[in-house]
Design a protein around this ligand. Structure first.
Ligand SMILES: [Cu+2]
Length: 348
C-alpha cells in the first residue's frame, strides 16, 4: 500500500518514473529554446515562392467598380457563368422588356381619351393558353441546364487531393488528411492596425488586397480534382471563393462536400459568407493554385507526404527526408513567422 501511495504522490507531482528522467533532458531543451529566438527569428517571406505567389491584379479578387461575375477558373464555374451570362440574363432581360412594352402600350393605347368605351370581355381562351404555356416552357428550358449543373456539382469525380476546411470564430483551418498537413489561416492585419502586435506580420500588396489577405494559404495543385470537405466547430460559416463558383455552408457537426478543378495557377480570394459573429468580415480565404510539382514541394515544406510516398518513408527516416527537402531553393522563404497565428489567436 505504501508503494501505491508513493506512486500516487509521485504521479501527482508529475514525477512518475518516466517523467522523473525527463528533467535531465529538459534543461538542455530549455536552453535550446532560449537560444532559439535569436537564431530562429521569423524567416523573411520570399514572395514568388510556393505559398507566397504574388496575386495577379484583377484575377481571383474583386475589382473596384466592376459588375458581373468574377472570371471563372473551374469547369463548373465556367459552365455556370456562361449559363448565367448568355442565357439567364438574356431571358430575364427580354421578358422584362416585353412586359414593360405591354404596359406602355396598354397605358397609351387604352387610356380614357383614346378608348372611351372599354371592352367588356373577361375571357379569351387562346391568350390564356398562351400566357400559361409560354412561362411553363421558359421555366422548363431554364430547369434542364440548371439541374444538369446541380448534378455536376454534387457528383464529384474521384478526388486527387482532399482538403478538410473548418470554420472557426474567426479563422479557417485546413487539413490535408491524405498528406498529413494541417494549419490555421488568419487575416493579415494592416501595418497601422492598433490591434497588431509588434512581431505580427502585416499585409502588403504582395499578399493580396486589404481584408482579403491571409497569413497562410490553402495550396492546391492545378489540373487536379480537389475535394473540399467543409465543416465548422462553433457556429455556421460559409466557405466562398467566387472565382471557383464555390459557396457552401460550414455547419457544426455536419460535413458538406464540393469539388474544384482549377486549370490556371494563381491566387484566388474569398471570404466567409455567413454572418458568424463580430469578426465575420475578417476571416478571408486564400487559395493558391500551383503546379503539381510545386504542390509536392509545398507538402514537404509543411512536413507532409504525398500519399504514394507513404510506404517509402519509414518513421525513422522522416527527419532525414524533411532535411533533404529543406535545401530546395524555394523552401527557405516559405517558413511563416511562428508568432503570427498564436498572436492572431490572442488578438481575435
Ligand atoms: Cu464565418
Amino acid at each position: 500500500m505504501k508503494l501505491i501511495g508513493w506512486a500516487i504522490a509521485l504521479a501527482a507531482a508529475g514525477l512518475t518514473p518516466a517523467a522523473a528522467q525527463a528533467p535531465a533532458a529538459a534543461p538542455s531543451d530549455t536552453k535550446a529554446a532560449a537560444a532559439a529566438p535569436a537564431a530562429a527569428a521569423p524567416a523573411p517571406i520570399v514572395y514568388g515562392s510556393v505559398g507566397h505567389q504574388i496575386p495577379t491584379p484583377g484575377i481571383g479578387m474583386p475589382v473596384p467598380g466592376a459588375i458581373g461575375i468574377e472570371e471563372q477558373v473551374t469547369p463548373l464555374g465556367k459552365r455556370a457563368a456562361h449559363f448565367h451570362n448568355f442565357w439567364l440574363m438574356w431571358i430575364i432581360s427580354l421578358i422584362s422588356a416585353f412586359v414593360l412594352a405591354l404596359l406602355l402600350w396598354t397605358i397609351f393605347r387604352y387610356r380614357r381619351g383614346a378608348n372611351p368605351t372599354p371592352s367588356r370581355n373577361s375571357h379569351n381562351t387562346f391568350i390564356e393558353v398562351v400566357w400559361t404555356l409560354v412561362p411553363v416552357l421558359i421555366l422548363v428550358g431554364i430547369a434542364i441546364p440548371s439541374i444538369g449543373l446541380l448534378r455536376a456539382q454534387y457528383s464529384p469525380p474521384p478526388a486527387d487531393v482532399t482538403v478538410k476546411i473548418t470554420g472557426h470564430q474567426w479563422y479557417w483551418s485546413y487539413d490535408y488528411p491524405d498528406n498529413g498537413v494541417s494549419f490555421d489561416s488568419y487575416i493579415l492585419k494592416e501595418k497601422d492596425d492598433p490591434t497588431r502586435t509588434k512581431d505580427q506580420r502585416y499585409r502588403t500588396d504582395l499578399d493580396g488586397p486589404p481584408l482579403l489577405a491571409a497569413d497562410e494559404r490553402m495550396v492546391i495543385p492545378a489540373g487536379k480534382v480537389v475535394k473540399f470537405l467543409i465543416t465548422a466547430d462553433d457556429v455556421i460559416h460559409s466557405f466562398a471563393v467566387p472565382a471557383f463558383w464555390t459557396k457552401l455552408d460550414a455547419n457544426p457537426g455536419q460535413i458538406n462536400e464540393t469539388w474544384v478543378k482549377v486549370d490556371r495557377p494563381g491566387v484566388y480570394f474569398g471570404q466567409c459568407s455567413e454572418l458568424c459573429g463580430a469578426r465575420h468580415g475578417f476571416m478571408p480565404i486564400n487559395v493558391e493554385v500551383v503546379t503539381p510539382a510545386q504542390f509536392e514541394q509545398w507538402v514537404a515544406s509543411k512536413g507532409g507526404k504525398m500519399p504514394g510516398a507513404k510506404p517509402a518513408a519509414a518513421p525513422a527516416a522522416a527527419p532525414a527526408d524533411a532535411a533533404a527537402a529543406t535545401p530546395q531553393p524555394a523552401q527557405a522563404g516559405t517558413v511563416t513567422p511562428p508568432a503570427t497565428n498564436q498572436a492572431a489567436t490572442a488578438q481575435n
